[in-house]
Design a binder for this molecule. Structure first.
Ligand code: ZN
Length: 135
């Protein structure tokens, strides 16, 4: 048991819809109404075409492991009880990539291109999107 507490997100006007969606069990990402590309992380201007015509849309929550690493040394005392844990870059079906953790899978069994789907873990008033193997 450690006395350290895990960090929580700093929510601002750009990211509030994302975190509110997570609390409702929805993985919200942005889509550019000018060029059609999906965007993540939240922003006010499309990095593909510089348009500010951006809307929020619900992701399927499905994707695949693009890359990952296994943390065997915790990133601070608050994470000491979690090691080993998987830090992954998941590529969603919509094409954007999201830094996350994998859950429900042994770190030794994680592979690139593994199909995964979102799950939400509640902590400190937030619902954190994590991913677990699909199928
Ligand atoms: Zn665009």
């Amino acid at each position: 048991m450690s006395g350290a507490t895990k960090p929580i997100p700093v929510v601002d006007g750009d990211s509030a819809p994302f975190w509110n969606g997570c609390r409702e069990g929805k993985l919200l990402i942005q889509r550019c109404l000018t060029c059609g590309n999906h965007l993540f992380y939240p922003r006010v201007v499309c990095p593909h075409c510089m348009s500010d015509r951006i809307e929020w849309t619900e992701s399927s929550g499905r994707g695949k492991v693009y890359s990952f690493t296994v943390a065997r040394v915790p990133a601070g005392e608050a994470f000491a009880e979690d090691v080993p844990y998987v830090v992954a870059l998941v590529e969603l079906e919509e094409g954007v990539r999201m830094m996350t953790n994998l859950t429900g899978v042994s770190p030794d069994d994680v592979r690139c291109d593994m199909p995964v789907e979102v799950v939400f873990e509640e902590r400190d008033g937030f619902a954190f999107p994590k991913f677990t193997p699909r199928g």
